[in-house]
Ligand binder design. Structure first.
Ligand code: ATP
Ligand code: MG
Length: 320
């Protein structure tokens, strides 16, 4: 089947290895096979904070992360929400296709509210999954490489696509998620690894910063290292991180460490991560801000061209 791939990230901070194993690695694989769109979700930054913050800087860093992991702007359309008004306009008809109770039941919305720095929940937070439906459907995306936290959101997109087609005639495909090797990587504090939660091993950190971060990770005092996700989640998570970077089973790594305890585990994990990220970090330095601006200008232009066509189709289907 011919697919169109759409996925994206909020420019809220540097990308981390959770992104890599959850979604970026799949994007790099898919870009050679299918038309691929990657969204810099700048409007979604203000779902859970008052101000967009250092938005330009974050966008530049995000693009450098993309280039570093091997996304190729010749193959991938990289674009911003704020540059494609026709995409955002799809939110209007889409909002009419979901109920308030469906939105307030969404577990990802609940989790993000729990971690939000705001006292009250913004309307934009509730409509986040509807906005995401516009992101995916503006280019008739069929395949969405995402982490597990995004599955409830994607369900909303699927519902919206189906309901739109039922009411107005078939315009949209019903997209599918594509989960990565590790659909929900934990951070060094045991919660979901997140840009905004200070618990992430970022792609752009130095080797020393990475070592310091892993050294601080909580573990336990048991000297014999075993892979036991249920009873020793923190130890298991470090083993999992090392396993993803080395391409070896976590239990095998645990056997190798044996009675080495937490310090040997952390040393092994640090080396595994730094070795894995070295070529990515090197490639990052080969690109600069001027290049990033050009890539975005071209991506924004292409995305807008696509969005205009879809919005016209939507208006025609609705009889406007
Ligand atoms: P923020 O804390 O600002 O929300 P984030 O780390 O959650 O940042 P997003 O930009 O919200 O990152 O998510 C981008 C993509 O990365 C999504 O597809 C999401 O599912 C995936 N992703 C994020 N965190 C993880 C993780 N820990 N493991 C696997 N995938 C992840
Ligand atoms: Mg998030």
């Amino acid at each position: 089947m011919a697919h169109t791939v759409l996925t994206g990230d909020r420019p809220t901070g540097p990308l981390h290895i959770g992104h890599y194993f959850g979604s970026l690695a799949n994007r790099v694989r898919l870009q050679d096979r299918y038309p691929t769109y990657v969204l810099v979700a700048d409007y979604q930054v203000i779902t859970d904070r008052d101000l967009p913050g250092e938005i330009q800087r974050n966008i530049t860093e995000l693009l450098l992360d993309y280039l570093a992991v091997g996304l190729d702007p010749a193959k991938v359309t990289i674009f911003q929400h704020s540059a494609v008004p026709e995409l955002n306009q799809l939110m209007l008809p889409f909002l009419s296709l979901v109920t308030v109770s469906e939105l307030s039941r969404n577990p990802t919305v609940k989790d993000e509210i729990a971690h939000s720095s705001q006292k009250a929940v913004s309307g934009l937070m509730f409509t986040y999954p509807v906005h995401q439906a516009a992101d995916i459907l503006f280019c008739k995306g069929t395949l969405v490489p995402v982490g597990k936290d995004q599955l409830p959101h994607l369900e909303v997109t699927r519902t919206i696509a189906r309901r739109f087609n039922e009411r107005y005639g078939r315009v949209f495909p019903v997209p599918e998620a594509m989960l990565g090797d590790r659909p929900l990587l934990q951070g060094l504090d045991g919660g979901k690894m997140s840009k905004s939660r200070g618990n992430a091993i970022t792609l752009s950190a130095t080797e020393d910063e990475t070592a310091a971060l892993i050294r601080k990770a909580r573990t336990d005092s048991e000297r014999l290292i075993t892979y036991d996700e249920e009873n020793r989640p923190q130890v298991a998570n470090l083993l999992m991180i090392a396993s993803l970077c080395l391409g070896r089973p976590p239990a095998e790594l645990a056997d190798e460490i044996g009675y080495g305890g937490a310090s040997a585990l952390k040393r092994l994990t640090t080396d595994a991560v730094n070795d894995f990220l070295r070529p990515i970090r090197k490639r990052r330095k080969e690109h600069d801000e001027a290049e990033v601006r050009e890539i975005l200008a071209e991506g924004n232009r292409r995305a807008r061209e696509r969005a205009v066509v879809t919005l016209d189709e939507v208006r025609a289907a609705m009889g406007f």
